[in-house]
Design a protein around this ligand. Structure first.
Ligand code: NAI
Ligand code: MG
Length: 337
């Protein structure tokens, strides 16, 4: 039985890394049926909107999308497509693994952790931004709900439980931001009681930053509110060698969108220099989500093998002498061997 997914090739390097990724998925016989949809700059040209209604409907129909990076045009009137899609589909969980791979520019070589970031509330409300006092005072509202906190913390514990992970750390600032962050922490403590087999830890966000840099191995699953999660997950990407290896999933009840964390990299677009690893790892996350964990694991293991043994096929940002296509070639060869 084949599984239909929506595919957004994306802008800039998007089409190059997507082509590489789909070739690898095909080599693995994942039984996926791709439905290409328009979004980003090409959609703006063709439809006058960054994300046409038909594209949203296709994602809605299949519930799964693999997405290349999209350029958000600079200027008034364009709100980020990523933010729009998160809102439209209520993609409340942003799940970002940070896993060490060999042969990367990283300070550590055995990190394996996941940040689970609340994706729909917190400090990132479009209607919570206001200037008063003739523009001399800026006010940003932070809104945290019991429902929003409960579902993200439960998501983190379920993820831990289903993946044999041992510990969930709730990161907060409840000592100062007593209402919103305080509520999040209270709810985290309550939910944690339902999972006695998983260790629960609380950590104040500033300490968490230091601990992540000094001793990242103590972390397993980190769950936190929107703003802290945005910042911490980039910090974690830095721990494992940067954006070239950072995938992310945006998950809701009815849809899930998988993407690389990096952007459309216009400076290297069209040159086949783009590292396809982040999108490949996002595809692996998608396969896990679809219940094809063995195939997801094969991609992660394959990337590891190529990084270790085929430096001639690896992209220059990871110190190799290959390009986007040769990286995919190496994986395809591996899977066909
Ligand atoms: P960027 O992530 O596109 O690029 C930052 C730097 O990293 C550049 O030097 C780029 O060449 C390099 N880089 C990024 N991905 C790479 C890869 N796969 N392989 C090798 N090198 C890579 O960030 P930037 O320049 O701030 O944004 C460019 C555009 O991307 C903007 O229009 C922005 O709005 C959009 N963007 C989209 C995102 C998404 O769709 N999820 C996320 C972040 C930015
Ligand atoms: Mg961010």
């Amino acid at each position: 039985m084949s599984q239909s997914i929506a595919v957004i090739k994306g802008d800039g390097i998007g089409p190059e890394i997507m082509e590489a990724t789909l070739r690898v998925l095909d080599a693995l016989d994942c039984g996926l049926d791709y439905h290409f949809i328009d979004a980003g700059l090409s959609a703006l040209e063709n439809h006058g909107t960054l994300i046409p209604k038909e594209s949203l409907e296709t994602i809605e129909r299949f519930g799964i999308a693999l997405k290349g990076p999209l350029t958000t045009p600079i200027g008034k009137g364009f709100s980020s497509i990523n933010v729009q899609m998160r809102r439209h589909f209520d993609l409340y969980a942003n799940v970002r693994p940070a896993v060490s791979f060999p042969g990367t520019r990283s300070r550590y070589d055995d990190i394996d952790m996941i940040t689970v970031r609340e994706n729909t509330e917190g400090a990132y409300l479009s209607d919570g931004q206001e200037f008063i006092d003739d523009g001399n005072t800026g006010i940003s509202v932070i809104k945290v709900t019991r429902k929003g906190s409960e579902r993200i913390v439960r998501y983190a514990f379920e993820l831990a439980k289903n993946n044999g992970r041992k510990k969930v750390t709730a990161v907060h600032k409840a000592n100062i931001i007593k209402t919103s962050s305080g509520l999040f922490l209270d709810v985290a403590r309550e939910v944690a009681k339902e999972y006695p087999e998983i260790e629960f830890q609380e950590m104040i966000v500033d300490n968490a930053c230091m601990q992540l840099v000094m001793n990242p191995h103590q972390f397993d699953v980190v769950v936190t509110t929107n703003l802290f999660g945005d910042i911490l997950s980039d910090l974690c990407a830095g721990l494992v060698g940067g954006l070239g290896l950072a995938p992310g999933a945006n998950i809701g009840e009815s849809a899930a969108i998988f993407e690389a964390v990096h952007g459309s990299a216009p400076d290297i677009a069209g040159k086949k220099l783009a590292n396809p690893c982040a999108l490949l790892l996002a595809a692996a996350q998608m396969l896990d989500h679809l219940g094809m964990v063995e195939k997801g694991t094969a991609i992660r293991q394959g990337i590891r093998t190529v990084l270790e043994t085929r430096r001639d096929m690896v992209t220059p940002d990871m110190g190799g002498t290959g390009n986007t296509d040769t990286f995919a070639d190496a994986l395809v060869e591996l899977f066909n061997a």
